[in-house]
Each structure stands twice: as C-alpha cells, then as structure tokens.
Design a binder for this molecule. Structure first.
Ligand SMILES: C[S@@+](CC[C@H](N)C(=O)[O-])C[C@H]1O[C@@H](n2cnc3c(N)ncnc32)[C@H](O)[C@@H]1O
Length: 412
C-alpha cells in the first residue's frame, strides 16, 4: 500500500497531462451513462478517483455533488475545489452506508483487494443506485496475453488482478450487485516513448531497458493484432476496457417503492386540460423513453404524501401545488394529528421491483417550465389524452390512474 501511495505521489503533478487515456471522451461517456437518467441532485462517488478529472467533468455539466476517495494525498491536492476529496483506502472507506446514488471505479482495482472494495461499493450505494466499473482487461489480446502481462509486470509490478471481463463480472456478481450491462471498448492510444519508459521516474533502469528490448523486437503480426508499434519516438497501442454497469441488488430488498403521481387539472374556456410530461430515462428504461407520464416521484425518507407531491411537482414542472381536489381532512386522535388523503392507486412490477402508485388530483399555481432532463411538460386536452391512452403511449403505472379519473369525472 505504501509503495502504491509513493508511486502516485510521484506521478500526481504530471498525471493529468501524462495519462491521455483518462481524457478519452467516448470512455467518459460510457463510464457515466447511467448519470443521464439522474437528476442533478444525485450524490456521486469516484473511488480511486485520483486527480478528480472525471468527477469535475461531470460537475461542470451538471453541478452534481461529487466525492473523490483516493489513498494518495498528492493526487487529492489536484482535485478541483468543487469536488470533495477524502484520503482513504478503497477497502475501508469511512463514510456511512447507503450514501451515494452513483459510484464509479476506473483503473483502480488492479491495486486493491477486489472483494473488499466491491463490498464497500455495495455498502455505500443507495438502494437502486448504480455502479460502474471500468478496468483495462486482457480481452483484446487473445494470442498476446503473455506479452502484455510481461510489459505490465515490468512497468508496474505493484499491479495485481489483471484479468478478463468474465472474471470481473463474476466478482461483481458474487458481491450481490446485479450486472445490468457489460461491454468492452478499445481505445487507440499513443504516447511519447521516453515518457512511457520512465513514467515520472517510477520505473527502474533495469525494467526500462527490458521494456525497450521487447518494444524493439515487436514483429508485424504482433503489431497487427495489438496495435503496439514504435514509430519514431511515439509508442502506439490498443487498450481494451471492460465497462460493467450494475444496480444495487434490489430483489433482496423487501420494500416496495411508493410513488406519488399527480393528475394536475386546469380549466380554460370551459375546457379541461391535464399536465403530462415525457419520461426520459434512456439508460435504465430505454423501452419507456419519451412516453408520456404524469408528474411523479418516489417518497423520500421523512416525507408525507403531500410533501412528495409538492416537491416532485416543483422539481419537474416548476408549478406550486395549490389544492388537492380529492377528499382529505385531518383529525386528532389521542393527541396525535392524523392526515387523511384519498388517492387513486395502481401497482406496477418491473422485474422483481414493485411500485405502488398513489395518485392525487390537484390544481396548481404558476407557469409550467421544464426543470428536469428536458421532460417537456405540456397541458393536454381531454380528447388528446384519450388518444394517448388508447395508443398506450403512456407509462403503465399511470394508465389505471387516468382510467379512474375518467370514471370519476364521467368523461366519455
Ligand atoms: C490509474 S489511477 C486512476 C485514477 C482515476 N480513477 C482515473 O480514471 O483517472 C489509480 C488511482 O487509484 C488510487 N489507488 C490505488 N490503490 C488505492 C486504494 N487501495 N485505495 C484508494 N485509492 C487507491 C491511486 O492513488 C490512483 O490515484
């Protein structure tokens, strides 16, 4: 551990310019795909996040709350101020359980005890949170695995656990995290050969000359297969990444998610309109992408049904809830105030997760504005609403709610 810390302390000041693979935009996009489905309030953690480059890239776009954990204080000194930094070992992170919606680990596991780190990920991830593991793997080098392993051994004897996508997937699943998606991504990489050989004076002279010998003796066939080639003083190679996206294993969670939905009604020139918006979870729900839905969201800890309704409505449409049109009252029994809210209900299952939808009928104050992920809230007339229902271009949880609404209002 001390040796790894020392190595990255030496590399810290030059890390962001030396490590070109880090700034590959396609790799960044693949590593942060699930974040597209998150509101900007999601809490994110980069374990072994080094200089905080990835965290800061997302922060600049979204303003999300990012924390970087790394064992090297010198790497941490480079983390931009907008990102929190915690100097800690990935195998034992002093942060509370279920603190993060999104966790990423990129190019770190080879220095650690993988099982311990993955256990930490599982502990720190909120129920239904996402985890992305990005790791260089041997998958692209079928005939040349031994050559690549030898280069890695000479360059960085501190690395262990160099492996294949299938091993990584197995380890992740063994932790109880549910793998949603795994892909490889091959990056064309080039670097100044002298810089590559010495890597900020962290490679011994003996290892440097052994590396030079191997590179000088590469033949055309190896170059063809691996992309490894020295042209003048530039070294070219292909790096293959495994990118594994996981979900916290929600089927071991006995809880059913409770969703509060709202039928928001307005009357204009004696005509009724209902507010719908577009569902935009491309990564996690591609099959429902762009279908209509009611304003809605899950009840958060310590919220009442009405608190959730007000918060979600404002977050998604910028509107203020003014009145709940279904029956509601409050009574005091034995000094305890009880709120009664009548709702329309529906239940929806997705895989092993159950969603219980409670639907309010409300009217609102204010002007509609798209506040979240371009969700396009719009007032829809009753005729158009019926057509949308008929064509089933609406999120299934909301269908029984709207059907019930039609019954109550005797809308044919
Ligand atoms: C190759 S860098 C990757 C940095 C960053 N994840 C990225 O993608 O640019 C590996 C990082 O892992 C950190 N690291 C290695 N072992 C660690 C451990 N046990 N706990 C926390 N960080 C560790 C190093 O200090 C270094 O910053």
């Amino acid at each position: 551990m001390k040796a790894i810390k020392k190595q990255f302390s030496k590399r810290a000041s030059d890390y962001n310019t030396y490590t070109k693979w880090m700034k590959d935009k396609d790799l960044l996009r693949l590593c942060t795909l699930p974040l597209n489905d998150y509101v900007d309030t999601a809490k994110c953690l980069d374990i072994g996040g080094g200089t905080g480059w990835l965290a800061f890239e997302d922060y600049k776009k979204s303003g999300r709350d990012w924390t970087v954990v790394d064992i090297s204080e010198d790497m941490g000194n480079i983390v931009p101020k907008a990102v929190k930094f915690l100097c800690a070992n990935a195998e034992n992170i002093p942060l509370p359980n279920e603190s993060f919606d999104f966790i990423i680990i990129r190019s770190v596991l080879e220095y650690t005890n993988v099982e311990l780190v993955l256990q930490e990920v599982k502990r720190l991830l909120k129920e239904e949170g996402y985890f992305v593991l990005a790791q260089k793997v041997m998958d692209g080098y079928s005939l040349d695995v031994n050559l690549i392993l030898e280069l890695e051994r000479l360059r960085n004897p501190l690395k262990k656990n160099l492996g294949f996508m299938s091993n990584l997937r197995k380890k992740v699943s063994a932790t109880g995290l549910k793998v949603l998606n795994s892909r490889t991504y091959t990056q064309k990489y080039s670097i100044d050969f002298t810089k590559w050989l010495s890597r900020n004076n962290t490679i011994s002279d003996a290892n440097q000359s052994a590396l030079r010998k191997i590179i000088d003796s590469l033949d055309d066939e190896v170059t063809e297969r691996t992309g490894l080639e020295l042209i003048e003083n530039t070294l070219y190679s292909n790096l293959t990444w495994a990118i594994i996206t996981c979900h916290k294993n929600s089927h071991i969670n006995p809880n059913t998610s409770v969703v509060v939905s709202m039928i928001v009604e307005k009357v204009e020139n004696k005509k009724k309109y209902i507010l719908l918006q577009k569902r935009k979870y491309l990564f996690t729900e591609p099959h429902y992408y762009n279908v209509w839905e009611l304003p809605q969201g899950k009840i958060e800890p310590n919220e009442s049904i009405m608190d959730t309704a007000k918060r979600e409505l404002f977050e998604e449409t910028n509107l203020e809830l003014s009145q709940n049109l279904l029956h509601n009252n409050s009574t005091i029994i034995n000094d305890i105030q009880l709120e009664r809210v009548d709702v329309l209900t529906s239940v929806f299952s997705k895989g092993s997760m159950n969603y219980l939808g409670l639907c309010l009928l409300v009217n609102v104050k204010g002007k509609v504005k798209s506040n979240i992920q371009d969700n396009e809230p719009q007032w829809i007339g009753i005729k158009d609403l019926k057509r949308i229902l008929l064509e089933e271009k609406i999120f299934p949880l909301n269908i029984p709610m709207l059907e019930r609404y039609f019954e109550i209002n005797k809308l044919e």
